[in-house]
Design a protein around this ligand. Structure first.
Ligand code: FEO
Ligand code: CA
Ligand code: CA
Ligand code: CA
Length: 599
């Protein structure tokens, strides 16, 4: 059919127009279905979801709230099945509990929220004729990890005094993971999960180090500190130092304790995605999602072992504990006077330049660790990583969200979601890497490591996309004609498809449309041709995404999250319809005729 002919391979579909419909809108010729919703059973014995009679025990065996990052992994030996791994970033109590009183949450509500955070592992069954996926409840790999599950701290800061608490004098055992946003998958079969806005769970701090991480001096919004003193910094000062890491999970071992990898630093990790060096060492890129914060990479000193032997698997679970953490510093190649903050291209026609990776600290074998930041110990660098970045003069970016190396080209795509404070009084002005003041729509930077070596100490960069309405002169789509692209605002999570196209999900559209998912070619003559693939319901952010040959998977996060919305006065009735509680959910989309996505 003619409607599929136009576009790069993998992107041949009729773009979805901007809209505000309270549903998932997909291109003509595509079908969709919910894979799993908040509250759906995951573990053996989990009860069916009952929003009016929810309990913490039920929630701990059911799919969590606010699904964000998704991974869909192969499952050998079980035909037609894959392993779905999902982050549950945070809870929206107003939308979860009828009659919720934010001034007086109950212990049961807090405990349900603890159980609704964390991670899910769910085996899914593929439909033979379509892209539909159905959860295999009671599968032995299925797992829920919550805000009270046991995690292990590993790497150079593990066991340090900064991580010891009254409940854990070893400084290595921590309960729970919080605010898992984006993530990544490793070539050795594990998943990575970024602990992002962990500051919001901790109350009553006054320390400067905590202030740099946004941890407040008063009560928290959820008031968990009333139910567990570890969330009260005044009573348990080091608990907050045990969050803000990249978590590594082995989804194929349901008994494994997930690890928080301190060698990758502590900040508001949006996500983490590795690429291997030519000699097999993983390099993990990660952004710190805050206005004027930095992006980083960790270069392991250990080589990945191939194969699935027990020895190889055990070795590979140590790769992220030894190596060097770097932060990025970028310099533009155009005269500063040509960067006026409007988004107008400089005279050389591109926002581009060079960059260096500044080493912060090295975690060596046998505990031989070295700080490269004057005045900071190794442990301080790995626990107060933002302060280390401040000291070495890292480049202040417009909220680094997801970051993803292309499996095809090796170029690294750094998503900068927005920064409306750029250029305001007392803040950093526009620069070539962040060229718009009051940056409402965000941009995406493309980074090429020197010699195509992910362990290189320098790189070239250029802006790939400057987002917004294509009619706005302050937008840029890698030079592609702007009358042929979809409007886009606030890029967030990203993923590559099997053809090398970049797929971009958005959070916070400022153009009057709902958020959505877009695909864009990164190479060839259609480089920069951006097309919208779907939109999500009212109040939702688009997360995930996972792009397979025959299936697109997105996490519809926080549907109905608008000011003043509640169970009694919902802003969305997705996905179950009028009279039913709004539920974050994972959605699969596929071609009705059975062909590959975008072919
Ligand atoms: Fe949880 Fe930065 O998005
Ligand atoms: Ca330039
Ligand atoms: Ca995100
Ligand atoms: Ca976001």
């Amino acid at each position: 059919a003619a409607r599929y002919q136009d576009g790069a391979r993998g992107l041949r579909f009729t773009p979805v127009a901007p809209n505000t419909e309270d549903r998932v809108v997909v291109p003509e010729g595509y079908a969709q279905d919910v894979v799993i919703r908040w509250g759906d059973p995951v573990l053996r014995g989990a009860p069916a979801f009952d929003s009016e009679n929810q309990s913490a025990a039920a929630q701990a065996a059911q799919f969590g709230y606010n699904n964000d990052f998704l991974a869909l992994l192969p499952l050998q030996g079980e035909h037609g099945r894959q392993v779905l791994v999902a982050n549950h970033e945070y809870t929206d109590e107003n939308l979860m509990f009828r009659g919720y009183d934010p001034a007086n949450p109950t212990r049961e509500q807090a405990e349900i929220a603890w159980a609704a955070h964390g991670l899910s592992v769910v085996v899914v069954q593929e439909d033979r004729k379509s892209g539909k996926l159905t959860p295999v409840t009671r599968h032995p790999l299925n797992r829920r990890l919550t805000a009270i599950s046991e995690f292990e701290l590993t790497g150079p800061a593990a066991g340090s005094d900064l991580l010891k608490t009254s409940a854990d004098p070893t400084g290595t055992k921590v309960l729970g993971t919080l605010n898992n946003c984006a993530g990544g998958t490793t070539p050795w079969g594990t998943t990575l999960h970024g602990e992002e806005n962990f500051n919001q769970y901790f109350a009553n701090s006054g320390r400067p180090t905590d202030k740099r991480y946004g941890i407040g001096t008063g009560a928290t919004e959820r008031k968990w500190e009333r139910f567990d003193k570890r969330f009260d910094v005044a009573q348990e000062p080091n608990e907050v130092h045990r969050f803000g890491y990249v978590v590594e999970l082995d989804p194929y071992d349901p008994h494994s304790v997930p690890r928080k990898r301190t060698a990758l630093g502590r900040f508001k990790h949006e996500g983490a995605q590795p690429r291997l060096t030519a000699d097999g060492r993983p390099v993990v890129y990660s952004g710190d999602d805050e206005r004027f914060d930095y992006f980083y990479k960790f270069v392991s000193s250990k080589r990945m072992k191939k194969g699935n032997s027990r020895a190889a698997r055990e070795h590979n679970l140590t790769l992220l504990d030894e190596g060097t953490l770097y932060v990025a510093q970028l310099t533009g190649d155009s005269p500063a006077a040509e960067i006026d903050g409007s988004g107008k291209l400089p005279n050389d026609g591109e926002f581009d330049g060079s960059g260096v990776w500044i080493p912060l600290a090295t975690a060596g074998p046998d505990g031989k660790n070295v700080s490269h930041v004057p005045g900071m110990t190794v442990e301080e660098v790995f626990v107060f990583t933002r302060l280390a970045g401040d000291k070495v003069g890292a480049t202040k970016m417009d909220r680094p969200e997801d970051i993803e190396p292309s499996p095809r080209s090796g170029h690294v795509y750094v998503v900068l979601t927005n920064n409306t404070k750029r250029g305001t009084a007392g803040s950093a002005p526009a620069d070539e890497a962040n060229p718009r003041n009051n940056n409402k729509h965000g941009h995406i930077l493309e980074l090429a490591e020197h010699g195509d070596d992910p362990a290189a100490d320098g790189f070239a960069w250029r802006l790939f996309l400057v987002a917004g309405d294509p009619n706005d002169p302050a937008t840029y789509f890698a030079g592609f004609p702007k009358d042929k692209v979809s409007p886009i605002s606030c890029p967030d999570n990203v993923a590559f498809d099997p053809h090398g196209n970049l797929w971009i999900s958005t959070d916070g559209n400022q153009l009057g449309s709902h958020d959505g998912l877009f695909g864009v070619a990164t190479h060839g003559e259609r480089r920069g041709e951006l097309k919208q693939f779907l939109t999500v319901p009212t109040g939702a952010e688009t997360c995930g995404p996972v792009i397979q040959d025959r299936r697109v998977l997105v996490a519809v996060q926080h549907p109905g999250e608008l000011d003043g919305a509640s169970v009694e006065h919902p802003a969305s009735v997705w996905p179950d319809g009028p009279g039913k509680i709004v539920r974050p959910a994972v959605v699969a989309v596929w071609r009705e005729d059975g062909n590959g996505v975008g072919l």
